[in-house]
Design a protein around this ligand. Structure first.
Ligand code: LLP
Length: 421
């Protein structure tokens, strides 16, 4: 469910015509809907509450680190899951209280750990023994015992794209199952750490419930084992990963997800932390682009648009599907024809869709890529020296540019010619 819809034949975000935004800010641009963000948060947090879970929803900022997006969710009570000092600073700038921030990631630097300890965040999820030692040193130097959860690798196949699955033992993430006990032992012996829980994240864009159930059951076994060892496990960070429909997938509902959590872990008396990213923001964003040329080949028609793989990398990187719809609603009975939708970047990979049925489009027409709110702007780059594109937030009948398009001078500002020239 989202708030991008046709009104009088024109695509709108809530009450704002997309064409009007395009006129004002130029194309391409990302457009986010406040009402959709709010709805997704309410449905997700509501499902956890209805299942009777004591849960903290920490938005995975990597999906969309724009401070206006984070702030929209933080106002509703969301915390933040961050994976770098940059994201931690974004979350703080967006008004997320430190006591609702968790820091995940397989390779945090000493400086990043120190910044997190100094900030006094809720917890750090640690992924290796060297990291435990480093964090203990950093915390002890500041005279504190930092709350940590240890990320475990449950060796469960999330059944998702190979590049975004994380819970198999051959992945780089978490502590391998057979070493968990000794790692908790080590953590318990280090002076700068307060071991509070277990963290687990098995992958992203999961469209089946079963891998979650398996992972949660394994976490349950672990709670029993560690408690028997005398470790006071009181928090469970269950990661993110719940999928969204891009095409014809039917991912589990938040209710089904919350119920699995309740049924497998609900009686353990633990505070639950979840880290949804895509689910909260994916369908709350679109990427709007303009057709530059229609190029007729002998076997294909290419729609060459002004957005490219540097703006939305997912199709090139994961063969991801994004819906593509014209901003002007096609009339009834419009005949669709298969076209390849491509960007201007000098790589064949710069292809958004192959043989996609679309209504006839001409140079200058606007189109929108759906479900672009997660890992869209977040993963964009300036490849081909293309400026990062603006992000616009709509609320009701208003819209605001929440990240501006940099000028070429701004793009170049950090570069310099060495004085030996
Ligand atoms: N927690 C941890 C520890 C994670 O690694 C991730 C995602 C999340 C939470 C949030 O997962 P979500 O709820 O968004 O599925 N760029 C890829 C997705 C990479 C996900 C990485 N980790 C894509 O565009 O599909």
């Amino acid at each position: 469910m989202n708030h991008f819809h046709y009104i009088d034949g024109e695509l709108h975000a809530e009450d704002v015509a997309i064409a009007r935004i395009a006129e004002a800010v130029g194309t391409p641009f990302y457009c986010y809907s406040t009402a959709t963000l709010e709805r997704h948060y309410a449905v997700f947090a509501g499902a956890l509450g209805a299942a009777g879970l004591d849960a903290t929803v920490c938005f995975a900022c990597k999906a969309n680190p724009n401070i206006a997006v984070i702030h929209t969710l933080a106002r509703l009570g969301a915390g933040a899951d961050v994976v770098s000092e940059g994201e931690l600073r974004q979350a703080l700038a967006a008004g997320v209280p430190p006591e609702r921030i968790v820091f995940s990631g397989v390779g945090k630097t000493r400086a990043e750990l120190d910044f997190a300890v100094a900030t006094g965040i809720l917890q750090i999820n640690v992924e290796s023994e060297p990291e435990l030692r480093m964090l203990s040193e950093v915390a002890a130097a500041r005279g504190v015992r930092m709350p940590v959860s240890i990320r475990v690798n449950p060796d469960v196949d999330a059944g998702t794209h190979a590049k975004i699955t994380t819970g198999k033992k051959e992945n780089k993430f978490g502590i391998e199952w057979n070493r968990i006990r000794e790692v908790y032992n080590l953590a318990g012996s280090l002076p700068g750490l307060d071991v509070v829980g277990i963290a687990c994240h098995i992958g992203s864009q999961l469209t089946e419930i079963e891998p979650f159930r398996q992972a949660f059951l394994r976490v349950r076994d672990l709670v029993d084992m560690l408690r028997a060892d005398g470790v006071d496990i009181r928090r469970l960070d269950l990661g993110g990963g719940l999928g969204v429909p891009y095409d014809d997938e039917t991912p589990p509902s938040p209710t089904a997800y919350a119920e699995i959590m309740r049924d497998t872990l609900g009686d353990l008396g633990c505070r639950v932390i979840v880290e949804p990213g895509r689910l909260l923001v994916g369908n709350a964003g679109i990427l709007v682009s303009r057709v530059i040329h229609v190029k007729e080949g002998s076997t294909r028609t290419f729609l060459i648009v002004d957005a490219a793989m540097n703006d939305l990398m997912r199709p090139a990187l994961y063969d991801a599907h994004h819906a593509i719809i014209p901003v002007a609603e096609p009339g009834p009975g419009t005949v669709l024809a298969a076209v390849d939708v491509v960007g201007p970047v000098c790589e064949t990979g710069d292809t958004f869709a192959r043989q996609r049925p679309l209504p006839p489009m001409a140079a200058g027409d606007l189109l929108a890529f759906g479900t672009a709110g997660a890992y869209g702007a977040a993963m964009s780059s300036t490849y081909n020296t293309r400026p990062l594109i603006p992000e616009v937030l709509v609320r009701g009948a208003e819209f605001k540019v929440v990240r501006a398009r940099p000028s070429f001078e701004q793009m170049r500002a950090l570069e310099s010619l060495p004085d030996w020239f």
